[in-house]
Write a protein that binds this ligand. Structure first.
Ligand SMILES: Cc1ncc(COP(=O)(O)O)c(C=O)c1O
Length: 700
């Protein structure tokens, strides 16, 4: 294979100049290595062969073991000041670089080269004065001069050289309230994570979605810190399990105004059906990507951008107007790079595990294809299940032919259910479906629409708010508030719906249970659900009538605890210094992978009980989780490896009455990093940080 990626993202000129400025200092490579906490330092066997100092953007070359060729192709890409870095598979008996290559580099102003392999013609290179590092020097050349063959070779791809990966430490902005798989994905990829907090819905013990303002705030903060070039991806869940849907187009448009090549990953696990109905489609990743591409080509949009630019200029440090203004991206620079995941099996017709990844990436061919296929091969089975694949084809064809009708029916059934509960005298005593006004704070709802249905005003026009509001609710997600029954969500799910009537649901919160309609929902299934809810309500009526006075008091307290005294949902606290990326980093990104693998070492971890943790935190100590701690529900981590434990998080855990908390053992407590682990970190990262010893606190 012969592949040359012609354009690549060069670091900002000021950054490169900064590094060049260091070259005049004493032993510059040593302090760069120190500041990078020893990461990405080349191994000692890569040595200077012709001396000289250089710094510049790396043009990478990958060659293949046993078949090394000349690497003239790199010269198609290099600009003055670049550095060529060659992964020659560490082979020392074939030289891939000689006098010719050095001379051509000199002509083009290439600053120097590093070769993980062998070079030759060193007298000539020395006379030319071209600085070069390599593992070995050997006269035996590649076969290219004899065979004329110049492949396999790849230019501008991720390579390893001297035992280190030459690729930037990517920063990913991640919705914390996202599915566990993404958090583990971050551990695998080693990306540095900035967690975004969704707005909380404390009354229902659930989170909403991440407001565009806070996404922009984080991006601008990273820009001010000079880290925008490392930000690669924003990952959001659309729609959320509870049915909150983003204005996908607006999110992408505004973010692209700050970083024009930002990649978006929309987790649409529960939204595969949405592409087949015009109201929904606008708010899907793929639908919005196509619309944006069209708009960026439109001369009217270009005019809008010119006006915007005149009025607001570039995103300015701390200019609050950038947070409160709808930003307009530069249509000539913005790239549409959108990835969407669908659990097709959840909402369309497919066998379980039948899922799809949809790609709308203008730079896919140039920048992603190889890595994408490699990652796919890494994570999938080598034994494909043809039944699942066939079911995906059937599911796709089905919605292609009759998707609109099926989705519309799914909406109609949901609306019928909402109407029935709101108007049924017995049902409305105990049950209420949460409406738009309950799930979306007013500031994100300029339409002012509170509910799609109420018994007085009847139906509101759903399409209207789907056009204007920052967030909308998918009406087919039916969150039933059950606080008035005095039964918590988990008990209602198991003891009432499941054990008595064989109805299985997935999602509960303290005082809600979630139903959904889908393309398979029928009138009779809706009628059956209503019939069961009526039976449960009748049984509750009887239970209430037969209560003794103390029982009634207890019941009243339970209802109050489910409707009034709900624990506040905690925000993400912060990553401990050791897991922050760079000493004194003012931005919040953290290296979760480091914490995750550090916790494999038993000696660095210990268990601390909830009681003792309270005391440590009250005394101002920072205690750091070694684990993901994930209560089900809500099913997302309230602690991740490397995160400091806050008193709000402890209060939330104490107030939870869920059966399952992964990563927390009530008899032992929380698994946290020991004082020794953090003493080491404190020494490395922040010399002014006092080491903390976690010991049994004295009784208060
Ligand atoms: C939001 C979200 N994303 C991803 C997933 C994972 O999907 P799958 O189980 O199809 O791999 C789920 C599963 O429930 C989910 O709720």
């Amino acid at each position: 294979m012969r592949r040359t990626i012609l354009s690549f993202e060069r670091p900002e000129a000021a950054l490169v100049e900064g590094f060049r400025g260091l070259l005049e200092r004493y032993s510059p490579s040593c302090f760069v290595s120190d500041v990078m906490e020893r990461r990405r330092t080349l191994r000692s066997d890569i040595r200077p062969v012709v001396g000289g100092r250089f710094a510049g953007p790396a043009v990478t070359v990958k060659l293949y073991p046993g078949d090394l060729v000349d690497c003239l192709d790199a010269l198609k890409v290099t600009e003055a000041g670049d550095v060529i870095v060659v992964d020659a598979a560490g082979e020392t008996e074939t030289s891939i670089w000689g006098g010719l290559m050095a001379g051509l580099c000199m002509q083009r102003g290439v600053a120097g080269a590093v070769v993980d392999g062998a070079i030759r013609d060193i007298d000539e290179i020395r006379d030319l004065g071209f600085p070069i590092f390599s593992r070995a020097v050997v006269p035996r050349s590649t076969h290219s001069p004899y065979s004329g063959r110049l492949e396999p070779i790849e230019v501008n791809v991720t390579i390893t050289c001297g035992g280190t990966i030459v690729a930037p430490g990517d920063i990913v902005l991640l919705d914390r309230n996202c599915h566990t798989s993404h958090h583990y994905g971050m551990v695998l990829s080693g990306a540095h994570v900035v967690y975004l907090d969704a707005y909380p819905l404390n009354e229902y013990s659930m989170y909403g979605a991440v407001p565009i303002r806070s996404i922009k705030e984080r991006l601008l903060e990273l820009k001010r810190a000079g880290k925008l070039d490392r930000v690669k991806l924003v990952l959001l869940t659309n729609c959320t399990f509870d049915g909150i849907v983003y204005d996908v187009e607006r999110v992408m448009e505004e973010c692209l105004a700050i970083k024009p090549d930002l990649i978006f990953l929309w987790d649409e696990a529960w939204f595969a059906f949405a592409g087949f109905h015009p109201t929904y489609r606008r708010r899907t990743g793929m639908g919005a990507a196509a619309r944006l591409r069209d708009r960026f080509r439109d001369p009217e949009f270009r005019q809008r951008y010119v006006q915007f630019k005149k009025q607001f200029g570039d995103p300015d440090d701390g200019d609050p107007r950038w947070l409160d203004t709808r930003l307009v991206p530069d249509p000539d620079r913005a790239r549409i790079r959108v990835y969407v995941t669908h659990s097709t099996h959840k909402t369309l017709t497919a066998l379980r595990q039948g899922s799809m990844i949809h790609v709308y990436d203008q730079d896919f061919k140039q920048k992603v294809e190889e890595a994408f296929h490699e990652a796919y091969m890494t994570h999938t089975s080598t034994s494909p299940n043809y039944q699942i694949l066939a079911s995906l084809d059937i599911g796709r064809r089905q919605v292609e032919l009759e998707g609109y009708e099926l989705v519309q029916k799914q909406v109609d059934h949901a609306m019928a259910l909402r109407e029935r509960i709101a108007t049924h005298a017995l049902l409305k005593k105990y049950f209420r479906f949460l409406a738009t006004g309950d799930l979306i704070p007013r500031e994100y709802r300029p339409s002012g629409i509170e509910t799609y249905f109420d018994s007085e005003q009847r139906w509101a026009r759903m399409e209207e708010c789907w056009h204007t509001d920052e967030f909308v609710v998918d009406p087919t997600r039916l969150t039933l508030h059950i606080g008035a029954t005095g039964i918590d969500g988990d008990t209602f799910k198991h003891d009432y719906l499941m054990l008595k009537y064989g109805i299985q649901i997935n999602k509960t919160s303290r005082n809600t249970v979630l139903f959904m309609t889908n393309i398979g929902t029928t009138r009779s299934s809706v009628a059956y659900l209503i019939e069961i809810l009526v039976k449960i309500a009748q049984a509750l009526d009887e239970r209430n009538e037969d209560m003794s006075p103390p029982e009634r008091k207890l019941h009243q307290l339970k209802v109050e605890s489910l409707t009034e005294r709900l624990p506040a949902l905690p925000d993400f606290s912060h990553f401990h210094r050791f897991f922050r990326c760079g000493s004194g980093s003012m931005t919040p990104e953290g290296d979760m992978r480091k914490g995750y693998f550090m916790a494999y070492n038993e000696d660095l971890c210990q268990y601390v009980t909830l009681r003792d943790l309270h005391k440590h935190i009250a005394s101002g100590r920072e205690v750091v989780s070694a684990m993901f701690v994930i209560p089900y529900p809500p099913g997302f981590p309230i602690l991740v490896p490397g995160q400091a434990i806050s008193k709000e998080i402890l209060a939330f855990i104490e107030a939870l009455d869920t059966r399952e908390i992964h990563g927390y053992r009530p008899e032992l407590g929380f698994r946290v990093f020991t004082d020794e682990a953090l003493v080491e970190s404190a020494n490395v990262v922040a010399s002014d940080a006092a080491p903390v010893r976690i010991t049994e606190p004295k009784a208060a």
